[in-house]
Write a protein that binds this ligand. Structure first.
Ligand code: HEM
Length: 134
């Protein structure tokens, strides 16, 4: 692995080596910690929407933390669409923390201080970004 890889991207790569699909782990944690989220998803096609929502969120996180090629702007677009879905702002933002905590669990002793610090800063930056760009 390239040692210079951004710590956020590295955390996703390490997770991919350990876990084929993060989707069930992320949503299990989300619905355990924020049970109000479960009823917000439609029953029909729910798995597809959830899987694609997570995949797109991860793309946006990696772009936000790295190249900032433009995909990260999806975060602010989704703030508005989620207002329409009835997702409260704090819950929307908490999804990023849920992803971080899931990765930390999957990585276990590979969760390094560098990765931890990078995620801590990222969560602060994303909350500020989503809040000021509305
Ligand atoms: C816990 C927080 C969140 C909840 C409860 C939530 C809820 C939802 C719901 C209910 C839908 C489906 C709307 C439909 O029925 O068509 C949806 C779709 C979507 N969400 Fe979220 N959302 C959350 C956080 C996020 C975040 C942080 C992002 C990314 C920045 C995001 C990105 C998307 C995208 C891209 C879709 C469309 C997926 C598709 O149909 O392909 N969501 N979300």
């Amino acid at each position: 692995m390239n040692a210079s890889t951004n710590p956020i991207e590295r955390s996703f790569k390490l997770a991919a080596e350990r876990c084929e699909d993060l989707t069930p782990l992320v949503y299990r944690r989300l619905f355990r910690e924020r049970p109000e989220a479960e009823t917000m998803f439609r029953r029909d096609g729910g798995d597809l929407v959830r899987g694609s929502m997570l995949a797109m969120t991860i793309e946006a996180i990696i772009d936000f933390a790295g190249a900032r090629g433009g995909y990260f702007r999806m975060i602010t677009c989704e703030v508005s669409s989620h207002d329409a879905y009835g997702t409260p702002r704090d819950l929307f933002i908490d999804f990023f923390r849920i992803i971080r905590d899931t990765l930390r669990e999957v990585l276990a002793d590979e969760w390094s201080p560098t990765i931890n610090d990078a995620w801590q800063n990222l969560l602060i930056d994303i909350a500020a970004f989503a809040d000021v760009s509305m």
